[in-house]
Design a binder for this molecule. Structure first.
Ligand code: ADP
Ligand code: MG
Length: 445
């Protein structure tokens, strides 16, 4: 009944309030007419019980009644879900470049709004180059990276920019899922010829999240033919995926190799500076939305340190914080931040331990776990150890001295040196960078 109740509540309170206040709630159960609502933080439960009790009661009574009392409980039922629930909602009315042709583009996803830092500068530069047109040099452009690192943002920005520069160009942007959906529909309606015709006459084809069609044989096949036809005609293609072409499972070899024949660039996980830059840029936007709101120093830095999972979660956190502070009419302080975002901060804390990192890295490089903390200096051992140091710095909130202690009592400068070394190497050495990404994904799973 919660699903249905949520739908009704969204209609009553509106999408904005819904996303901020109701979405994070869960219905824990109904006994004797009392519904227990689980809230991830006390802040939320206070606010919701004061402002939305009547609506929630009314709706629950209607869809799953009888319910005549609500009981708000603070607990963190499913941390992951709570963190997801603050994803920014889809824009109300995205405008399509070409309604019929392309999927709607998010207005906010422009080059201007894309904050560039070390982890994404290559992807950004390549995207820019493709968007600026001229001779087709990187074809296909293949962008990959983890969830929420800006792939879709860059793709929309490319589509928009090309369309702005060449209004007559037929830019087709869609997700691989939509590609499959349209293809299956064409099969069903016996309009496959029209489908082929449409896809083979575009000037730019952009397919987002291509890993989706892995294992979907006939869709893959069709995609492959479309792809080849367009490349042969010298049309620009841009593809994104959550991993490198070679790592996509259940994708035919010939497709993988075609996907790699242009330029393959990845979006690395964000680093502290990039996160801070993104927070600053989003704050400028929120300030316009919530004029007069005060932000205490150190809050953005705190968030950039503590929320490392992905940009979407970071944005959602800031969004909730501003909404909350504006409703309370209070300055955003560090205390408020910690309370208001307790669930998100907790979810980010539940990250891997240094021991897990050491174990996985040792396994991956086939060295002994004891070598992680031991003194050996041969490269085959020292390099994996540095990778483990790097991942420990990136994926946990431990300080350098703390990390040093867990690496057999090494000095913090040794750890720093290791971290720097890997940072340096990963931008030059693609296979190392891929290794690290893989390890990261294994550890996050
Ligand atoms: P992906 O497609 O890689 O999962 P998205 O492109 O949907 O990620 O990005 C998730 C959210 O984070 C979007 O709202 C996007 O605008 C924002 N975002 C990601 N990277 C950046 C960046 N470098 N600058 C500004 N916003 C970013
Ligand atoms: Mg995406």
């Amino acid at each position: 009944i919660w699903g249905q109740a949520r739908e009704e509540l969204q209609k009553i309170v509106g999408a904005d309030s819904f996303a901020t206040w109701i979405e994070p709630l869960r219905l824990a159960g109904v006994t004797d007419g009392t519904a227990v609502i689980a809230c991830p933080t006390r802040f939320l439960s206070d606010w919701v019980s004061r402002h939305y009790s009547d609506d929630i009661l009314k709706v629950l009574d209607r869809v799953g009644g009888p319910v005549h009392r609500l009981n708000f409980e603070t607990r963190s039922p499913v941390i992951r879900q709570a963190a997801n629930s603050v994803e920014p909602r889809p824009q109300p009315a995205p405008r399509a470049v070409d309604e019929e042709l392309t999927a709607p583009l998010d207005q906010r996803f422009t080059f201007d709004n894309f904050v560039v830092g070390k982890p994404n500068e290559l992807a950004h530069a390549a995207a820019r180059r493709v968007a600026e047109g001229g001779p087709v040099t990187f074809n296909p452009l293949f962008l990959y990276g983890g969830v929420g690192l800006g792939k879709t943002h860059l793709m929309h920005a490319i589509a928009r920019e090309i369309q702005a520069r060449q209004p007559e160009a037929r830019v087709l942007y869609l997700s691989a899922e939509q590609f499959m959906y349209r293809f299956v529909q064409a099969l069903r309606d016996r309009t496959v010829m029209d489908f082929k015709e449409l896809f083979r006459t575009v000037s730019v084809l952009m397919v987002d999240d291509v890993q989706f069609i892995a294992g979907k044989d006939s869709t893959q096949e069709e995609f492959f033919h479309t792809f080849n036809t367009l490349v042969d005609q010298g049309k620009q293609i841009v593809i994104s995926a959550d991993r490198a072409p070679g790592e996509i499972k259940d994708m035919e070899e010939r497709i993988k190799s075609r996907l790699q024949c242009g330029l393959v660039v990845d979006l690395h996980p964000t680093d502290y500076e990039l996160r801070l830059g993104i927070l600053q840029s989003k704050t400028d936007v929120f300030r316009l939305q919530y004029p007069g709101l005060q932000l205490a120093p150190g809050v953005l830095e705190f968030l950039a340190h503590r929320i490392t999972s992905n940009v979407r979660v970071l944005e959602g956190a800031l969004q909730r914080l501003f909404a909350f502070a504006s409703l309370m009419g209070r300055e955003i302080t560090l205390d408020m931040t910690q309370e208001c975002l307790a669930d998100i901060l907790r979810a980010n804390d539940r990250k891997v331990s240094i021991e897990e990192i050491q174990r996985k890295v040792a396994e991956h490089y086939n060295i002994r776990l004891s070598d992680m903390i031991g003194p050996k200096r041969v490269r085959t051992v020292a390099r994996p150890r540095q990778i483990a140091m790097y991942l420990s710095k990136q994926m946990t909130s431990r300080s350098l001295p703390e990390i040093g202690r867990r690496f057999g009592g090494r000095d913090h400068t040794t750890i720093m040196h290791g971290v720097r070394k890997i940072e340096e190497l990963r931008s030059a050495d693609r296979s190392l960078a891929e290794d690290i990404d893989l390890l990261r994904r294994l550890l996050e799973a």
